[in-house]
Write a protein that binds this ligand. Structure first.
Ligand SMILES: C[S@@+](CC[C@H](N)C(=O)[O-])C[C@H]1O[C@@H](n2cnc3c(N)ncnc32)[C@H](O)[C@@H]1O
Length: 435
């Protein structure tokens, strides 16, 4: 049985060439799909319009709900109940996962109806009554729903068995899993001085598979991290992706911070809770080291006492998880020592990312969505956490980037540094699958 597709539109003529071309043309000919295009104008009373001005102040014409009703009812009387999709910029954004879910539903019903409005859209009640799904193709506004309907049709039909010849290529394409597609090459072997990677001609299928996965993971981390973090991954996929995230470090500064009512540069006292909690958060999100910086000997003594216990057998026996977290804590006397330490470990200077609760503008500001910008430099990353009243001007001057503050709807913004660290780590490196 073909999948029935009903399209309700003002511009019938847009669909014909599209449906006669390429794989969709072949799918129609092969009767994998059967398309009916219904013109809204044929449902208006003689000499009456299909649209009317919106109630209330402001410009804009809307398609009348009774016209939409007649078109939908006619198509359902002729072809049976349909899964009805309206298109609107306010709808749910289409992605591959949503398409797969909708394709499954539509396949079981056998009939999909695409309602493609024009003008300012349809009367809100038509959507309320009829829409099984309202879809958006992105956060921008077109002049009508026809291109969204065609876009949906092409993406949806690709998932109908037989429409695309090679099932394997559909299953492996970008966004069918957590990674985008790997880079592919064809003839000529050398073009503009660029050669196809040798491995692809090695004949070793295992190695080629590994190479492709690695390339796909790299491209996803560096260009589509937002997709990766909301998509479910297995251990192997996580390891493959993690390899392409530059090493991360964090430092908690008890010097070079602002203190007192006059906000002068000074030092603060260490807090064992901060050390424990930030170490546990840092371990959860894969930070290689958590540095505590204090130049004060009495403060260093306190930290050393804590670390002496937790970084030794006694602490390990007492609580192995806590040992694992505190193992990565390192006490140093200054930020310069931290920078030198990372350079020694990584053979590369770290990018310094400042943090603050203050919403002051910074010329090097980044947001929690700028991982790709930072990681493109392929340098280790060091987050600077302040204590007291925050990082001093001299430290801020050294930063390569300054992260926007964490804040909510309230005016109150006084998170403890350990809470801020946990939120920051999660927003920067956390995985949060949507389904
Ligand atoms: C000019 S738009 C109406 C925009 C509407 N007043 C708003 O601001 O949300 C007219 C029609 O184009 C279609 N359309 C425009 N942008 C779209 C998008 N990003 N995704 C899906 N449909 C869109 C919808 O069918 C919409 O009803």
């Amino acid at each position: 049985m073909p999948i029935l597709v009903s399209i309700i539109t003002v511009f019938e003529e847009l669909y014909k060439p599209f449906l006669q071309t390429s794989l969709l043309g072949r799918a129609c000919q092969a009767k994998l799909i059967d398309v009916f295009v219904e013109n809204l104008f044929s449902h208006a009373q003689p000499k009456k319009r299909i649209d009317a001005p919106a109630y209330g102040p402001g410009a804009g014409m809307l398609i009348r709900p009774d016209i939409v009703q007649r078109a939908i009812e006619k198509r359902e009387q002729e072809s049976g109940k349909a899964f009805k999709i309206f298109f609107s910029p306010q709808g749910q954004k289409i992605d591959q996962r949503l398409l797969e879910r909708l394709a499954e539903k539509i396949r079981s019903i056998g009939h999909v109806m695409l309602i493609a409005p024009r003008y300012e859209g349809v009367d809100a009640r038509a959507e309320e009554v009829y829409a099984d799904s309202v879809l958006s193709i992105g956060d921008f506004v077109l002049m009508g729903g026809d291109l969204p309907a065609l876009l949906f049709l092409e993406a949806f039909l690709r998932l109908i068995p037989g429409v695309v010849g090679c099932k394997e290529s559909v299953e492996r394409d970008s966004f069918s899993g957590p990674f985008v597609d790997y880079p592919s090459f064809t003839e000529p072997l050398v073009w503009l001085g660029r050669q196809v990677p040798d491995i692809l001609r090695s004949g070793n299928h295992d190695l080629i598979e590994k190479w492709r996965l690695d390339q796909a993971a790299k491209k996803t981390v560096l260009q589509h991290f937002a997709w990766l973090r909301v998509t479910r991954t297995n251990d192997y996929q996580q390891e493959s992706a993690w390899k392409h995230i530059p090493p991360h470090y964090v430092v908690l500064l008890h010097s070079d911070v602002l203190v007192g009512p006059d906000l002068v540069e000074g030092t603060t006292s260490v807090t064992s809770l901060d050390i424990h909690d930030i170490a546990r958060s840092a371990t959860t999100y894969g930070f290689k080291k958590f540095f505590i910086v204090t130049p004060l000997l009495d403060q260093q003594k306190i930290v050393n006492k804590l670390l002496d216990f937790w970084q030794n057998e006694e602490g390990k026996d007492y609580n192995p998880n806590r040992y694992q977290a505190l193992e990565r804590v390192l006490l140093l006397s200054s930020l310069d020592e931290v920078v030198a330490y990372i350079h020694k470990m990584e053979n590369e200077f770290a990018l310094l990312i400042g943090t603050s609760a203050d919403r002051k503008e910074h010329t090097n500001a980044i947001t929690f969505f700028d991982q790709e910008k930072v990681w493109a430099a392929k340098r280790p990353v060091l987050f600077l956490l302040g204590t007291g009243n925050g990082l001093s001007g001299s430290v801020i001057q050294k930063t390569d980037f300054f992260l926007e503050p964490i804040y909510g709807f309230m005016k109150f913004n006084h998170l403890s540094v350990r809470s801020a660290a946990a939120i920051l780590f999660d927003r920067w490196l956390g995985l949060s699958p949507r389904s």
